[in-house]
Structures are given as structure tokens and as C-alpha cells.
Write a protein that binds this ligand. Structure first.
Ligand code: ZN
Length: 106
């Protein structure tokens, strides 16, 4: 058995490297629409953020998404994303807690 490599991605706000599945992907579609991509499979340029509203706020303040998506993201888009992010954060945390942790199994 080969050790499996965990794909790491960098959060565009806090610059921390994290396993991809612990990050939320924001995507700019080929149509120029910016939104949260929970599947991680949408076509387009992606940017990753920790699943934390604080990190989103940081990204908003520093306009990190503008740079990561190579497109100016309007304030209203940031506001809209922030709302989505707050909703998604709860699901995201719930999903993580539901994931069985095998540490205790003997
Ligand atoms: Zn972060």
C-alpha cells in the first residue's frame, strides 16, 4: 500500500495550507459569475478559503478574492458571498462532525 497524499490548498485569506476537503471553494465560472462551490468540481477558476466566516471577512477586507480569481469582485458580490458563507459554514461544520472519526476504534 502506498501512502496517500492529501491534496493541500492555500486559504487565500490567511495563507494557511489546509487539506482541500477542509476548505470551501469559491469559483468564478466561465460566465464570470462568482459563487460558492460545495462540490469542488465546478468549472472555472477557484479560490479556497477556510470554512470560517472570519477568514471570509479577512478576504473581503483585503480583496483577496479579486486577486485569486483574477477579476474584480464587487462589494455586493462579497456581501452576497458572506451570507452564503454563513449558511454554508454551519453545514460545513455539521458535515465534519458527522464524519466518523476512527481514532477511538480499537
Ligand atoms: Zn483561512
Amino acid at each position: 500500500m502506498r501512502p496517500r497524499k492529501i491534496p493541500l490548498r492555500k486559504c487565500v485569506a490567511c495563507q494557511e495550507m489546509m487539506p482541500k476537503k477542509e476548505l470551501i471553494r469559491v469559483v468564478r465560472t466561465p460566465d464570470g459569475e462568482v459563487g460558492i462551490d460545495l462540490t469542488g468540481k465546478k468549472a472555472g477558476r477557484g479560490a479556497y478559503l477556510c470554512g470560517k466566516v472570519n477568514c471570509f471577512k479577512l478576504a473581503k477586507k483585503s480583496k483577496a478574492l479579486d486577486r485569486a480569481l483574477k477579476q474584480p469582485v464587487g462589494d455586493h458580490i462579497y456581501d452576497q458571498l458572506e451570507q452564503e458563507f454563513i449558511a454554508v459554514e454551519e453545514q460545513f461544520i455539521a458535515a465534519k462532525e458527522l464524519t466518523p472519526d476512527d481514532d477511538e476504534a480499537e
